[in-house]
Ligand binder design. Structure first.
Ligand SMILES: [Fe+2]
Ligand SMILES: [Fe+2]
Length: 326
C-alpha cells in the first residue's frame, strides 16, 4: 500500500525555507531590542528610592479591577515555559535538529520572556501586591499547564497564536491607555511597549497562516472552524490562587477585565472579524464541501456571537483578589 503524504509536514517544511527572512521581518535583533531595565528604576542610581516612591504613590491610585487585571496579565506572561514547550511539540518543529521552526519558537520565547520579567519587577516595586500570593498563582499555572485544543497541529496552533497575540495586544494596550489617563506614565509606557511586541508577533502568526492558506486552504478552513467551535480559551484559563480550584480564579479575572473594558466579549468578536479579513476567508477558492461549510460557519459567526454576547451579564461586584495587598 502506498504511504499517504503528510501534507502538514510538507507545508511546514516549505515555509521553513523562508525562516531567515521571517525571523528578520518579525523579531528584533537582541542587542537593539528594549530590555526590562530600560523601563525600571536603576538600582545602581542614587535616584532609585525616589523613583520607587513615585511608583508606589501612583500604584495606590490605580483602579482595583485594573490592578487585578495587570497582575493576571503578568501571571499569564510568566507562564511562558508552558507555551514554549507546547509550541516545541508542534508537528514540523524540531528541537533536536535545530530546524528553522525551533529557531522561531526560541527567538519568540526570548522576546516574550521580557514581558513577564518587566511586569513582575514593576509589581514587586509597586508596594501594592502580595508577592507571595502572586508567585503561588504563577507556580500553579505553570504546574497545571493548559489545554488549548490545538493538539500538535501547526494549523490549529498558529490560528490560536494569531488570536492570542491579538488578544494580549488589546489587553496590554488598554491597560496602557487607562494608566495614562490615571497619570501613571511609567506604567503606560511599560504596557504600551509590551503591546507593540504583541502586535508584531500577531502579524507573524497571521502571515504563517496566510502562507499555509496558499498551500493547503481546505485544511486551514477546517482547522479554523474547529478552533472557533471549541472557542479560543485564554492561556490562563487554569488560573488559581491559594486554596482555590483550577480555573475558579480565571472567571474573576475575566469578569474584572470585562467590567473595566480591558478585554471584552466584543474584543473577542472584533479579533475574529479581523482574522477573517486578514486571511480573506470569504474569497478562498477550490474548497470541497466540508471546507465550504466551514467557511459558511466562520463567516456567520461574528453576528451569532454578537447576539449571544448581548445576553451575557457581568457581575458588578468586585472580587477580592488575594494578590492585592491594599
Ligand atoms: Fe507577551
Ligand atoms: Fe505574546
Amino acid at each position: 500500500m502506498m504511504k499517504m503524504p503528510n501534507v502538514r509536514l510538507e507545508v511546514m517544511q516549505t515555509i521553513e525555507k523562508s525562516m531567515d527572512k521571517l525571523l528578520l521581518k518579525y523579531l528584533k535583533p537582541i542587542e537593539k531590542n528594549w530590555q526590562p531595565s530600560d523601563l525600571l528604576p536603576d538600582s545602581m542610581s542614587p535616584e532609585f528610592f525616589d523613583e520607587v516612591n513615585e511608583i508606589q504613590e501612583l500604584a495606590k491610585e490605580m483602579n482595583y479591577d485594573l490592578w487585578a487585571v495587570l497582575i493576571g496579565d503578568t501571571i499569564t506572561e510568566e507562564a511562558l515555559p508552558t507555551y514554549e514547550t507546547w509550541l516545541m511539540d508542534i508537528e514540523g518543529v524540531e528541537q533536536d535538529g535545530k530546524n528553522g521552526w525551533s529557531r522561531w519558537v526560541r527567538a519568540w520565547t526570548a522576546e516574550e520572556n521580557r514581558h513577564g520579567d518587566l511586569l513582575n519587577k514593576y509589581l514587586y516595586l509597586s508596594g501594592r501586591v502580595n508577592m507571595r500570593e502572586m508567585e503561588i498563582s504563577m507556580q500553579h499555572l505553570i504546574n497545571d499547564g493548559f489545554d488549548i485544543g490545538t493538539g500538535n497541529d501547526p494549523y490549529r496552533n498558529f490560528i490560536y497564536t494569531s488570536f492570542q497575540e491579538l488578544a494580549t495586544n488589546v489587553s496590554h494596550r488598554r491597560v496602557a491607555s487607562f494608566s495614562k489617563i490615571a497619570g501613571n506614565q511609567r506604567l503606560a509606557k511599560i504596557c504600551g511597549i509590551i503591546a507593540s511586541d504583541e502586535a508584531r508577533h500577531a502579524n507573524a502568526y497571521i502571515e504563517f497562516i496566510n502562507r499555509i492558506i496558499e498551500l493547503d486552504p481546505g485544511q486551514v478552513m477546517l482547522a479554523f472552524e474547529d478552533m472557533m467551535r471549541k472557542k479560543i480559551v485564554m492561556p490562563a484559563h487554569f488560573l488559581r490562587e491559594t486554596g482555590g480550584a483550577i480555573g475558579e480564579l480565571f472567571t474573576h479575572f475575566s469578569d474584572a477585565a470585562q467590567r473595566i473594558m480591558v478585554y471584552t466579549t466584543q474584543d473577542y468578536i472584533d479579533i475574529l472579524e479581523s482574522l477573517l479579513k486578514q486571511w480573506d476567508i470569504e474569497h478562498i477558492v477550490d474548497l470541497n464541501d466540508s471546507a465550504e461549510k466551514a467557511r459558511d460557519y466562520l463567516m456567520a459567526l461574528p453576528k451569532r456571537l454578537k447576539r449571544i454576547s448581548e445576553r451575557i451579564k457581568i457581575p458588578e461586584k468586585q472580587y477580592e483578589f488575594k494578590w492585592i495587598g491594599i
